[in-house]
Unconditional design. Structure first.
Length: 62
């Protein structure tokens, strides 16, 4: 058999058990949190844009 070859007879006789109960999955509620998050930026959008321009200018100078 070369690369990528397989025995077609094995593909025809596969059985799948879809009626099983398996509790080994990930519990998505294990670390569930309720609440809120508030951010106080303390600067206007214009101030933040000006600061970003300053940072980009500093990178271009280096």
């Amino acid at each position: 058999m070369g690369f990528g070859s397989y025995d077609e007879s094995e593909q025809d006789n596969q059985e799948y058990d879809s009626d099983f109960d398996d509790d080994s999955g990930v519990n998505t509620e294990e670390n569930s949190h309720e609440g809120s998050v508030d951010f106080e930026i303390g600067a206007s959008n214009d101030e933040l844009i000006d600061r970003l321009k300053d940072i980009k200018d500093e990178e271009n100078e280096a």
